[in-house]
Design a protein around this ligand. Sequence first.
Ligand code: NAD
Length: 252
Amino acid sequence: MTSRIATDLTGKTALVTGAARGLGRCIALSLAAAGAKVACIDVNTDTLAETVGAIREAGGTAEPFACDVTQSERVNETVDAVVQLWGKLDILVNNAGITRDNVIVRMKDEQWDAVLNINLRGTFLFTRAAARPMMKARGGRIVNIASVSGLMGNPGQVNYSASKAGVIGLTRTIARELAGRNVRVNAVAPGFIATDMTAALGEDILQEVRKQIPLGRMGEPQDVADAVLFLASDAASFITGHVLTVDGGLTA
Ligand code: NAD
């Protein structure tokens, strides 16, 4: 599916974390199709090369960067390298994320730490690194991928839910901190979207999930990418600190 949002991002530069597959891949392809140059970040370099190849094949501009979002120094180096390469950074999409589900009494320290580190610390590190060039340029757009699990409880996801609620809190505070420099910060909270992450749940659970969604279906990655494109575009120029649910009515 291609984007249904018509927006022109020609001349803009964007950075997408977790761009190797799933939502990040779709977001990177959509930003590039709208004309942005896209820095694609991931730890999975083989799959990342495929995303970059697909963007270039479609006539877009993209560059791969191997980077673990939890590594502070590497994150700073990566943002510096993007600014060095293209002169500025206009759009940051914090998308890299993982799940390590378990009920509270069985939740291991490592499961808690891994999810909080990648989902929340990673978002903090990239936001801090990107804030400087954006403030200097007196403009920027940051879109954080949260989750409906950050808005409502979801048994088995105490770590994930806490990390995504943290992302929402971070989004609202940074929106206030950076508004004076014309940097807008918003979040998208997807519900159940068909990616490898949700495929891991298995067909039985997914059938139950579909029954709970008022629109009666799982979302497609493009549903999330179009919401990101909107928030990154000038059409959203008076929107900051907002959490946009893309969930087929799950949290309605
Ligand atoms: P996915 O597992 O398909 O892709 C995640 C990507 O992040 C992978 O390419 C992975 O290599 C990368 N990544 C993982 N750890 C990393 C690290 N330390 N540094 C850099 N990259 C790393 O997941 P997805 O379904 O595409 O989810 C993307 C985002 O959307 C996540 O933040 C997830 O929590 C969120 N989300 C997904 C859904 C859904 O239904 N799929 C729902 C709500 C929120």
